[in-house]
Structure formats: C-alpha cells, structure tokens
Design a protein around this ligand. Structure first.
Ligand code: GLA
Length: 726
C-alpha cells in the first residue's frame, strides 16, 4: 500500500494519497532525506541528495568526510562526527565523549502500527496504515537507533518516532533524542507557530525565517500556555486555500523543542522532540528509550487543508474515548459561579435551575476536599469536606441525579499543598532539590510522579472517590509548572530523567483511570489551556481551552486551537459579564455562539440570570442539540479572521455529505457608514442547492459570488446560519 523499498536504488518511498516521503541509503549506510511533498511517482530521485557534487560521499572522498556530514540532508542527524547543524541524537559514552554515527543495518515493513509503551500515540488497523522501521547501528557504542514511520494512506499523514537501544556491555547516556528531523531546500519559508500566555493561549504567529536557529520550546514540564508543540513551514503568501505547508505536531505533553534552522547552503532543518535542556537518560545494557511521536502533515492547498487533515486524523486515530463520536452532555460548572464559596445547598440550587433550562450535568469544581476554602491548602487530601458537603459526596450526587442531571467532579491529582496532611506525612513526595527552597506556585508543589508509590497513592485517591458515587465526568487540572527539578529517589546520574518520568507517571495515571472507568468523560485542563496538546487527547476527548471565557478573546484562542485540534475537543463555556478575566460586556447570544464551537456548557450562577437570559439559554440548548452533530464531526473552513481584519470573524463547519453547513459570523466591532459585507462561503457542493432562512441558493453562487451579511449597529454581534442542501 503505502511503503515501497526500491532494492536497486536503495530508496524508501512512503506514499499517502497525495504525498510522498522519500529516504535514500548512500555510501556505507548514511540515511539521506530525499523528499517530502506533493506525491511523485518513480524512484529515480536519489540525485536530489547531491552526492555527485563535491565533497561526494566518505567512501569516495574520505579526506572530506566532515564537509559531507555538514551538508548532507540527514534523515536523523547525530551529534559529534561533523554535522554542525542541530542534531536529533546526542549520546554521551560512559567515558564522557559526545558522538555517535548510526548507519543503516536493516529494515522491516509491517501492516498496522505498533503501540508506544507508556506513551500516547496515534493508532490504526492493518487496513488503515503501514509501518516502516529502519534500524541503524553505532558500532562503537553498540547502539541501535530504530526510526519508525507509519503511513496513513487515506489520511495523508505520516507519523514518526524513534527507539534507541543499548546492545553493548556498558551504559551510555542519551543527552538528546528528538523524534523527527526534516532537511529540505529553503523555499522562502515562513515559520508559523502558536504562542500565548495564561488566558491568551495559542494565538497564531507567522514570522520570516532567517539564517541561524529559531525555536519554539517549553521546559516548564508541560506543553505550556506560552509556546506550543506545533510548527509549520509555509511558503510566502500561504493562506487558507493556497500555499505549501509542512507541519509537525508533537504527541507529547511535557518539555519540547521545535526548531527551524537555515544554514549556509540555504538548507532548512526542521526538528521536533523532547527538549534536551534538563534531559539526560541513562541506558543500561539491554534498555531502550522511546521518543514520543510526531505527526507530519503536508498540504499544497494552504492551511485549511492541513487543518482538516489534523481534525480527521485526531478524531479517528488519536482520541479513544467512547465519547469521541457522541454528543457530550451540556454541563454547568460552578467555578466562575462560586469559586471556593459553595455548599451542597448552593450546588443543588444551581442544579435545579440548570435542569429547568435543559442543562444535563453539574460539575463541582475546586474546593470540595480537605479544608480548602482558598487555593492555599489541601491539594493531596482528596477527602470530602463535610462542612461544605454535609453528609458527604454520595447524597449530593444522588440528589443531583434525582433531579435528572449527571454529576462531574474536579481534581488536581498531580499536586501537593505545603499545607496538607499528605505533605506533613510525606514531605519527600514533592519534586525538590535537597537543601533548596522548593519554589511555590499558587502555594503548591508538584508530586514526584517518577515514584511508583506516589503514582499508586494518587491513583487510589482519585479512584476511590470515583468508586464512592455515580460520577460521570472528571476535570483533571494541573495548575502550576515544574521547578526545582529533583527526585529524592532517583540516583544522581538519573536526575535528568525526571521531567520525562513525570510525564510517564501522568500518562500511566490517566490510562489506569480510563481503563477502570471506561465510560468516564475525562476533560484535561491546566490553568486553562496549558496542556491542550495531542498527548492529552489520547486520554481525554476534550480539554479545557482557556480560563478566559470572554467571547472576543476566545475568538483568537479558539482559532489558533482549531488550526490543529478538532472543534469537538475544545472546552468552551458561556460565562457572565462583565467577564471575570477582561471585564468586557458581550451579548449573551454571542457568548453562546462562540461556546457552541467547542464542547459547550455554562460556567455562571444560573440562579441569577434574568428571565430574558434564561430564554436565551433555552434557545442555546436547542441550538446545541440541533447543531452539535455537524460541529463535532464536520469539516472546518475559516473564511476571515478577526486577528487579521480587526472587525469580523467568520468560519464554517460543513458536514461530510455537504448537505448541512453552519456559518458562524461575529461582528466584533461595528464600523460607521458601512454597507453589507459580501462573504464567499467554502466547503459546499457547487452542484447542490442550499436553503437558508427560506431562501434558496446554488452552492456555486454561495461559494463564488457569496452572501451579504448586513452591517449592524453594535459591537460583539453574531449569527449562526444553517444551510441545508438537497
Ligand atoms: C484552573 C482551571 C479553572 C478552575 C481552577 C480551580 O485555573 O483552569 O477552570 O478549575 O483551576 O482552581
């Protein structure tokens, strides 16, 4: 199907429906990256490696091996032998030397895709994908480097990951193991990335690429609010519909580095993997290290096509939850309604009113455990606070269920408050460097999840609460970044493993949780959207996108998030005004329309709404039920972006059959003396006729000529229009 090895030319050709990825073996076993891009046929492509040009290859021209290594397009570059560009692999021997040279030994090709032990990764059946494993060997260290490529033919996706094995008799240390590296000639590329901060996550940034190295990274122990494990190289002028895009997305939630380097020969090296800062992994004889997966998507039809490829791929080959294809219950979360100040009476009053208006689940947020009435204490003490919830959790859940609502609960399992019984009993369970003050953040420390006993404790703490009552949903939060990195248990030469072992602990916890509670709806969260990444999607079908629930701020946050991740996983709620983060007043309708483009729910004191607002809630609930199928499973098309024009934001979601389409249009700011705005739609069938508000239009009219959106008075106006085709 997708992978061919041309014996004679020694070329691996990986074919998806519309793309080709090619690797060639030269000389004594160097792997060269020949090509990635639009599909090509035939294997007469090895000339692209330029080995006929000086300095040729080491076998022919041993005296200039250094020049060869410094310009050959390496498939998986290593440190220390003469390639001075960014390396993907850097190994330190027991004697302290930093060098390796792994040459091709053998390969295998298999249908399907092996799972990555302990790590999140995409999956596919034997009919859906095929895997190539190229095995290289360093003869001095006796190290095997296995390069994995899985081709998802119909999805136009190639995934990569790497496993390094020690087959020698002495240990060595991995100082850097990136997951993917891509060498190519510069085509006047620009670098697209997602940047942000708390309450302002994943804004799109496009910058020119100059000579040298430019990287996007996190060493905060999580993928982070600030930078994001996704980069794309785009040709100049790339838009939603035109231009070439080479993108990489990391299926990992911890430290990462994504980099583009432009060298002296105008070659580009694009790399992605675990951040080497603070990383060092000891491999004893017989041990192996698995570097997480990178998802590669190439599009020759602009960003829109790339987006739709990622959305389909993640919906079908990464998210596993039984909810992935199901409408999620409309939830109401009490955080912005009450913060820490609630009891069972208050929660029940919210639940009662919510039920009246058609809401389906009550989520009890932070503050229900230990003696927590502010964020100063109790993380780790996962015992119900009976002062707040008289009679405990079960009676509350029963009453909520009796009202006809499901019940959900908040945890922050990875944390420990200095003021907690857990810390008083186990001060060594916090991540710390002996004799140094542990840096606090939100008055909390981070648990050392590299330790089995800590993982087991945390698991039991969460699971026993879930076993104690009928809990349908968990919001798994993580509200601080890692500092003062040290584990009391790890030996000195393994301290560099802590960041990654921590992530393995988090993944193990969530895997155990969804195994014991397969029907649980899990929503990840991290101070808003600091861990909104492909890694977490493997465990939870939705992730809280941002603590900023203002409808206007959300436009940019959700646009950047939806560039890569499906709308079905974007946690979005309607909250009160003035908005708690930015103090802005927006229309209730608009807050609903923006939240509809996500999981949809409420986060406000519903008992305090006016009669008019309650009527709007009923309408929004009805819209959710009418539209969610299209929103959850449809194709996303961006028409215009508020980030570019400052006034309007418009996008569409079209079902796969192209028989139903939703247009979301938000007039962020009104402009004086304007006529209506002509908007050309996308993604429809030109041959079909569509009805909207009693009028009929042909698909070709809507897409080529457009519709007229009236100019309205007032800011923050919005509309959702349904087009039904026949
Ligand atoms: C984080 C989350 C919020 C809320 C609080 C509770 O900030 O993002 O939604 O759960 O924690 O402390």
């Amino acid at each position: 199907m997708g992978i061919i090895f041309h014996e004679e030319s020694q070329v691996f050709q990986l074919q998806t429906k519309n793309t080709t990825y090619a690797i060639g073996i030269v000389d004594r076993g160097y792997l060269g990256h020949i090509y990635y891009g639009k599909k090509i046929e035939g294997d007469h492509i090895k000339y692209l490696l330029r080995t006929e040009e000086n300095p040729k290859t080491p076998c022919i021209n041993q005296r200039e091996k250094n020049s060869f290594l410094d310009q050959f397009p390496m498939e998986y570059p290593e440190h220390g032998m003469g390639d001075y560009r960014e390396s993907a692999l850097c190994v330190r021997s027991e004697e302290g030397h930093l060098a390796s040279e792994s040459l091709y030994k053998e390969h295998w090709i298999q249908k399907g895709k092996p799972a990555l032990e302990g790590l999140p990764a995409s999956f596919g059946t034997e009919e859906e994908c095929e895997t190539l494993c190229i095995i290289c060997e360093d003869s001095v260290l006796h190290m095997k480097v296995k390069l994995y490529y899985t081709v998802f033919y119909h999805q136009d996706v190639i995934t990569r990951n790497v496993i390094v094995e020690n087959q020698g008799e002495r240990p060595f240390y991995l100082e850097k193991v990136l997951s993917a590296s891509l060498d190519m000639d510069d085509q006047n590329f620009q670098l697209l990335s997602l940047h942000g901060s708390w309450a302002r996550e994943r804004h799109i940034q496009v910058v020119p690429i100059g000579y040298g190295r430019q990287n996007i990274a996190s060493f905060r122990g999580e993928s982070s609010h600030q930078e994001h494990p996704f980069i794309a190289l785009v040709t100049n002028g790339t838009s939603q519909d035109f231009g070439e895009v080479y993108s990489m997305n990391f299926v990992y939630s911890g430290n990462f580095k994504a980099q583009v380097e432009k060298d002296q020969f105008d070659m580009i090296r694009m790399t992605m993997g675990i951040h080497p800062d603070g990383f060092s992994w000891k491999l004893e004889t017989g041990e192996h290290f698995i570097a997480p997966e990178v998802v590669l998507v190439y599009s020759d039809e602009g960003l829109g096509k790339m987006t739709r490829i990622y959305h389909d791929f993640y919906r079908n080959h990464l998210i596993r939850s039984p909810y992935k294809d199901k409408k999620r219950p409309i939830l109401i979360n009490n955080w912005e309604a009450t913060y820490f100040d609630f009891d069972e009476k208050k929660l029940l009053s919210i639940a009662k009113e919510a039920k009246e208006l058609g809401i389906e689940m009550l989520v009890m947020d932070d503050g229900w455990f230990g003696k927590r009435s502010s964020d100063d204490s109790s993380l780790g003490d996962w015992v119900v606070n009976e002062e707040k919830l008289k009679g405990g959790l079960q009676p509350l859940v029963e009453q909520v269920n009796a009202l006809g609502l499901q019940f959900g609960i908040w945890f922050e399992p990875e944390m420990i408050s200095p003021d907690s019984n857990l810390f008083r009993e186990h001060p060594d369970w916090a991540i710390q460097i002996p004799n140094r003050e542990i840096t606090q953040s939100r008055a909390q420390y981070v648990l050392d999840l590299s330790r089995k006993e800590v993982v087991d404790y945390v698991y039991e703490a969460v699971a026993s609460i879930l076993r104690s009552a009928n809990i349908a949903y968990v919001k798994w939060d993580m509200n601080r970044q890692l500092t003062t990195i040290g584990s009391v248990k790890l030996p000195a030469d393994r301290q560099g493993e802590l960041y990654h072992r921590y992530m393995l602990g988090v993944y193990e916890l969530q895997e155990r949780l969804i195994t014991e509670f397969p029907e649980l709806l899990l929503e990840n969260c991290s101070g808003g959207g600091a861990r909104f990444d492909a890694g977490m999607l493997y465990y939870s079908p939705q992730i809280w996108c941002s603590d900023d629930t203002d409808a206007v701020e959300r436009l940019l946050i959700q646009e950047g998030t939806a560039l890569v991740y499906p709308i079905s996983c974007i946690g979005a709620h309607v909250s009160v005004c003035p908005n708690h983060t930015v103090g802005r007043n927006t229309l209730f309708e608009t807050r609903g329309n923006v939240a509809l483009c996500g999981t949809f729910g409420y986060e406000l004191d519903i008992t305090k709404l006016t009669k008019e607002e309650k009527d709007i809630v009923k309408q929004q609930v009805a819209d959710y039920h009418n539209y969610n199928e299209i929103i959850r499973s449809g194709d996303y098309y961006r028409l215009v972006s508020y980030s570019e024009n400052k006034y309007y934001d418009s996008f569409m979601i079209v079902n796969k059959e192209k028989t139903k389409a939703l247009l979301f249009d938000i007039q962020v700011l009104a402009r004086p003396n304007r006529r209506s705005r002509k908007l050309r739609l996308k993604g429809l069938d030109e041959q079909k006729t569509y009805r909207m508000n009693g009028q009929s239009y042909t698909g070709s009219t809507l897409m080529n000529a457009g519709i007229l959106i009236p100019a309205e008075q007032g800011d923050f106006k919005s509309r959702v229009l349904l087009f039904e085709g026949e």
